[in-house]
Design a protein around this ligand. Structure first.
Ligand code: GLC
Length: 797
């Protein structure tokens, strides 16, 4: 009997353990990709077999060309297979030849993608991955002859060199600096570039060296090769039907005077039923010697398989680090595997996806993303904290983003950026109880160094100096909502949301101030917080809900009196999360959110969308209505709405948004959703878009780590508290129970929740290793210990 296809749709389904997404046809409604990285070398592979690669920085150091074309998805890295007798040819992926395969399957897994297809009686299985500890990607191609006759095949790799900054539009210029050779001894391509388009150490433009050597080789001796795009494709030709497929041998062009590519032709004869495995590698090193060693190593097919085994070893600690088992299979698959993978492989290690390829660290983005590690390896959050602290100036301001390798990036004039440091530090302290972080020292960008406590204090101090005369934080270039980019250019406009965020952080940071015995600063913070609460409620309340901000010219945004966008989500949600909302207003705020913002696909960031450009507000008003921040479901912010409903103990409302934004559930209306159902999108089109419900900007920053955190802490309800793990769930009452495994203060906790009374919250009893404990907080246990906890939910004790 055929097994049920989990979350099956017209285009694919999940494997039983949820760790693979299996695409069953190549023509998915958008490219469905995998973002694969070892933390330094990375690549994107789409279900069509297209993709691109980089080292260290997916923007400044692209090895192969990338084209942000989600319609064609022809990023320029392929395998062609040609029957040398019949002259038929096809692709091992699907692109660029796009013949209709007799069978096709693409498995996107954790650290690898595998496309299996059958064309003209030849079955090919192409596995693409990155070695966990080497700057090299490996393509293992198994080819099997399923036909009755002996077959003689040509297998051709194809890739277009980029070698440095992404600049494909400027091809005629870029190609002049690239040099390729074919090394006969190693039977391998080498490629170098005599320019790296970044500022050099003498602050000169267009005068830096690209200090690397790229290589491409195969496990078998190539029959021929080509390094020239023109001879491969043919003048006025097309990559899907290149000239190279119409001749017996490639042209063997290399050098400085061509449009540099690398293609290796391997000739393979296959008897009926015979299978052969070929390996191609692409990599980049500093020294040729190192490259030569990798080339030699991967001539041995066994080494390639061994490297694939090591990929699994790289990921296992992350996948096993914390796990959940709930009646909601989509939540399990997402939380145990894909949210982690999106956060680590894409957001922290690659910082690129198909929809947006940045390469940089965003001051606020990766700090937030790194919170994903808190439930099992908080050292990694700490590492991120230290990195971001090094991107702060002595006056407390920070870089908005910076490029690893060159450190280039704008100074931030956003009012919230600098605060995320203090926010994440506070959360780390709460999780770990490791206050020694506060004494660690990191340099400032403009000289000198300070402890992490001082770094955080400087953030707060700078934020305190940016208040309007009526005591509301100024918005500056924008707040969390980037698109409000013109509201506060002159530092007059205010952000009520930043006020709430700041209020939250002041309280969150209190344990640090107490630990540091900094009573003077603590008192100052306390006073500011009190004033903030008062002022936000006085000036930020429009009678029905909270305003988002004001502009330099005094315009109020997100008010019931506005012509467009009458309500924003964040100021309502953070009024609840921060606790600034007085009891008597709470119901009104909640009603406003439910009435105006919670819709079919989740909670909208604002409503209704801007339809007219407003120069005083910013580019938010220039987005098409219903897209991204302009009235879409912005996933990052939607996760906070779930948290707010959990805080208010509104389980149906919280779970309703969860289900709607958990992309796995969109498998069931995939023709509307269109995007990958295994990762979070940045946004989903809102009701003002004709494509209401369509997913966009998948693999994006913010949402995966936050959804993970909100699931663990607020839905499943295991939150660090000063003296232990507080148990405070907010779950659907139908659930009979669930399990969570997480690490807390270096001890393992295996927690089993039972819900005999079918409640949504409330803890009746907790047993720690068989012993009843008072209250609803699991105490800190001995480091290294493994503990079994039984939680009986029910009417509060
Ligand atoms: C993007 C940005 C993030 C910003 C958000 C809202 O996710 O990367 O920094 O806060 O958009 O505009």
């Amino acid at each position: 009997m055929q097994k049920e296809r989990l979350f099956g749709c017209r285009y694919g389904y999940f494997s039983e353990d949820g760790r693979e997404y299996i695409i069953t046809r190549p023509d998915t409604p958008k490219p469905w990709v995998n973002v694969i990285s070892n933390g330094d070398y990375g690549l994107i592979a789409s279900q069509t077999g297209s993709g691109f690669s980089w080292l260290t920085n997916s923007n400044l150091n692209r090895i192969t060309r990338y084209s942000q074309d989600l319609v064609k998805d022809e990023m320029g890295k392929f395998i062609f297979i040609r029957d040398r007798e019949s002259h038929e040819y096809w692709s091992a992926g699907w692109k660029p030849v796009c013949t209709a395969p007799d069978s096709y399957e693409c498995r996107h897994g954790i650290g690898y993608s595998r496309i299996t297809s059958e064309n003209h009686g030849i079955q090919s299985e192409l596995t693409i991955f990155v070695s966990p500890d080497e700057p090299v990607e490996i393509w293992i191609l198994k080819a099997k002859n399923n036909s009755k006759t002996e077959r003689s095949l040509g297998v051709y790799s194809y890739l277009e060199w980029n070698l440095g900054v992404y600049n494909v539009e400027n091809r005629e210029f870029q190609k002049i600096f690239i040099d390729t050779i074919y090394d006969e001894t190693l039977s391998s391509f080498f490629a170098t570039k005599r320019l790296w388009e970044v500022t050099n150490s003498r602050k000169e433009n267009m005068n830096a060296n690209w200090d690397y050597i790229a290589f491409h080789s195969a496990s078998e001796l190539p029959a021929s090769f080509d390094g020239d795009r023109e001879s491969f494709i043919g003048l006025y030709g097309a990559i899907g039907s290149p000239r190279a497929m119409k001749v017996e041998q490639l042209e063997r062009h290399t050098g400085k005077w061509v449009d540099g590519i690398a293609s290796l032709q391997l000739d393979v004869n296959l008897k009926p039923d015979e299978e052969k495995t070929l390996v191609f590698v692409l990599g980049v090193t500093k020294e040729k010697q190192e490259a030569a060693e990798l080339i030699r190593k991967y001539k041995d097919v066994r080494e390639a398989w061994h490297a694939l085994d090591k990929v699994a070893e790289l990921w296992e600690p992350h996948l096993q680090g914390s796990t959940i088992e709930t009646p909601d299979q989509a939540m399990n698959f997402f939380t145990n595997t894909w949210l982690k993978y999106q956060t680590i492989s894409c957001r922290l290690w690659s910082r690129t996806a198909f929809y947006q390829s940045g390469g940089a660290f965003g001051f606020r983005d990766q700090l937030q993303d790194s919170q994903m590690f808190l439930t099992y390896q908080p050292e990694l959050t700490m590492k991120q904290i230290l990195l971001h602290a090094r991107h702060q100036y002595t006056d407390g301001t920070v870089k908005h983003w910076w490029q690893p390798m060159t450190e280039e990036g704008p100074d931030s004039h956003f009012s919230d950026d600098l605060l995320w440091l203090t926010f994440v530090v506070s959360n780390y302290l709460l999780e770990t109880g490791d206050f020694s972080l506060l004494d660690m020292r990191e340099p400032y960008l403009d000289g000198g160094e300070g402890t992490i406590y001082e770094h955080c204090k400087k953030s707060l101090d700078r934020a305190f100096r940016r208040f309007s005369p009526r005591g509301i934080p100024l918005i500056g270039e924008a707040d969390w909502n980037d698109g409000l980019s013109a509201c506060g250019t002159d530092w007059i406009g205010e952000s009520f949301w930043v006020g709430e965020f700041l209020y939250d952080i002041i309280h969150r940071f209190e344990p640090a101030m107490i630990f540091m015995e900094d009573s003077e600063f603590k008192e100052r913070c306390g006073m500011i917080a009190d004033l903030l609460k008062e002022n936000l409620n006085k000036y930020g309340w429009d009678g029905e809900w909270y305003l988002q901000c004001t502009t330099d010219g005094g315009k109020e945004l997100g008010s019931k009196n506005c012509q467009e966008v009458r309500i924003f989500l964040n100021p309502q949600v953070w009024a609840i999360l921060s606790g600034i909302v007085p009891e008597e207003r709470l119901e009104t705020v909640v009603r406003a959110v439910q009435e105006h913002l919670v819709k079919e696909y989740g909670s909208l960031l604002l409503y209704p969308a801007y339809t007219a450009v407003d120069e005083d507000i910013g580019y938010l008003t220039r987005y098409a209505p219903g897209l991204r921040e302009n009235g879409g479901v912005y996933s990052h912010a939607a996760t906070w709405a779930i948290q707010a409903f959990c805080k208010l103990k509104m389980p149906e409302a919280a779970y309703d948004i969860y289900k709607k934004i958990c992309a796995i559930n969109r498998s069931f209306d995939i023709e509307c959703y269109k995007a990958e159902p295994y990762v979070m999108p940045g946004n989903t089109d809102g009701p003002d878009s004709p494509n209401y419900g369509r997913g966009g900007w998948t693999w994006y920053t913010g949402s995966a780590a936050w959804l993970f955190r909100v699931t663990h802490e607020h839905i499943l309800g295991l939150r660090p508290a000063g003296n232990g793990l507080k148990v405070d769930p907010c779950i659907p009452s139908e659930w009979k129970g669930y399990q969570v495994k997480r690490i807390f203060r270096n001890a393992v906790f295996e927690i089993s929740f039972e819900n005999p009374e079918h409640v949504s919250f409330g803890v009746k009893a907790i047993y720690l290793n068989g012993r009843f404990i008072e209250g609803n907080t699991i105490p800190v246990c001995e480091a290294g210990s493994k503990n079994q906890i039984r939680v009986i939910l029910g009417k509060d004790i």
